[in-house]
Design a protein around this ligand. Structure first.
Ligand SMILES: [Zn+2]
Length: 300
């Protein structure tokens, strides 16, 4: 009997602690109604470890918090494959769950396209070489690494002045191989149909993490902008920056082309957040960290 009352005391003490901590956490979640493929910025004033996006106990996305003056920030990327509907943002410190924030993910339709590959391009896409595997693993290691530098907190500027697009973010693709077989994938970025030699510039301030030729993506550049946030530029004719260099918004990265797996000259521009493909247009539409909105939401 004595043991039982001690147990109840602990449970009620724990509930008191957790509910009072939860009540103390002030947060801002931006935007109000994110859609599949878009980022969610979470700002808190409390020391936190990570934010999770959860639905029916399944984790859809995860992000570590990083510090800016006055706040801790986490940027969650909603995968483009997530269905619309209710979800929960779970905020955790080192000990466990501190707060659960309900959100509604909006509806979004993605286009479909069929891409026919000739023998050469089929060979590139199905290349089983160790070099291709090495390149894929090397890039994945970059995209899953969170640095601690914050180079850019504002909006992104598109890397070319042209607005002509030949493929869109999240396109559901079928690749028809020259062998008669086919394969499906989801387009991870946006394609600008620009002639070879078009200037390609940095979408934001950052550090050049990768600037080299790759089998599938041709001459490729990867920039780091903030912890876990990267932009990617593929199929360049020429690279004009070196790895480890620091760049500003608008710095020339290279000239567009059709290297690697490309059916014609174009720039593929991609943004990754904690390794997840995220809609570049969402980063053009609003800043990564919108301090004014954070302040007004935090003080509601
Ligand atoms: Zn593309």
């Amino acid at each position: 009997m004595k043991k039982r009352s001690v147990f109840f005391l602990c449970v009620s003490f724990f509930l008191f602690i957790s509910s009072s901590l939860s009540a103390q956490i002030k947060y801002a979640v931006i935007p109000d109604n994110p859609r599949p493929g878009e980022p969610i910025t979470i700002a808190v004033e409390t020391e936190l470890k990570q934010a999770l996006l959860v639905r029916s106990e399944k984790q859809l996305a995860k992000a570590d918090f990083f510090s800016i003056p006055g706040y801790m920030i986490a940027v969650l990327a909603i995968p483009s494959t997530v269905a619309p509907g209710n979800a929960v943002i779970v905020l955790e410190n080192k000990i466990g769950i501190l707060c659960e924030i309900p959100i509604v993910i909006g509806d979004r339709k993605f286009a479909s396209e069929v891409i026919e590959l000739n023998q050469t391009l089929t060979g590139i896409r199905t290349d089983p070489s160790p070099q291709r595997t090495h390149e894929a693993n090397f890039l994945w290691a970059i995209l899953t690494t969170n640095g601690d530098q914050i180079y850019h907190t504002g909006s992104f500027v598109p890397p070319v002045t042209s607005t002509r697009r030949t493929s869109f973010f999240g396109d559901r693709r079928v690749f028809q191989y020259s062998t008669g077989e086919s394969d499906t994938s989801i387009h991870a970025g946006v394609d600008y149909g620009v002639p070879t030699g078009t200037k390609v510039t940095a979408c934001g301030a950052g550090k050049v993490i990768l600037a080299r030729s790759r089998i599938v993506t041709g001459n490729s550049v990867v920039l780091e902008h903030a912890p876990g946030i990267y932009s990617i530029y593929y199929h360049l004719d020429k690279i004009e920056v070196q790895e480890s260099a620091l760049v500003n918004t608008g710095t020339l990265l290279g000239l567009s082309g059709a290297t690697g797996l490309a059916t014609g000259p174009h720039l593929h521009w991609e943004v990754r957040v904690n390794a997840e493909n995220t809609d570049p247009d969402a980063f053009v539409a609003r800043p990564i960290i919108d301090k004014e909105t954070i302040i007004s939401k935090m003080n509601k």
